[in-house]
Design a protein around this ligand. Structure first.
Ligand SMILES: [Zn+2]
Length: 83
């Protein structure tokens, strides 16, 4: 399961955007850090959407919760394919 984005809060509380989000059924509930953008999008599309929007999601998360410990962006979601 590829984690696209993980927001880690004090005490280890973690919010992730991963397969539970991008492989979810369309129309099911979503309270993900991606604000539902990747919800039911499938892994490949979610990867592209995450590359495009991850900085905005991080900014929104930091604004909502300044106590965030750290943030991890999945390696695949960081990489820009050369070909
Ligand atoms: Zn998500």
């Amino acid at each position: 399961m590829a984690t696209l984005l993980a927001i880690i809060r004090p005490g280890g509380r973690t919010q992730r955007c991963d397969a539970r989000c991008y492989d979810a059924r369309k129309g099911s509930d979503c309270d993900c850090v991606c604000s539902g953008v990747n919800h039911a999008a499938g892994r490949d599309v979610a990867m592209i959407l995450t590359r495009q929007q991850v900085q905005a999601w991080i900014a929104a998360a930091r604004e909502a919760d300044p106590d965030i410990d750290h943030i991890e962006i999945g390696l695949e979601a960081q990489a820009i394919p050369l070909f």
